[in-house]
Design a protein around this ligand. Sequence first.
Ligand SMILES: [Zn+2]
Length: 64
Amino acid sequence: MNGFEAVCPKCGGHYYGWALNAERYRLCGKCGIPMEVKRDGVPVPAGSSTAGPKESKEQHPRLR
Ligand SMILES: [Zn+2]
């Protein structure tokens, strides 16, 4: 499966969706702490967001 996924190191919450490309969605919805984000299975370092201002179709990542 392609795309972004993130796992909260505290509560184990699993989020996925392209919205994770945006820095502000990389916080756990429960804990409010930064999550470990991967894109296509490759870890994404913090501050590497490529989401531009033109991308307005963002959706909040869904909790799986
Ligand atoms: Zn959490």
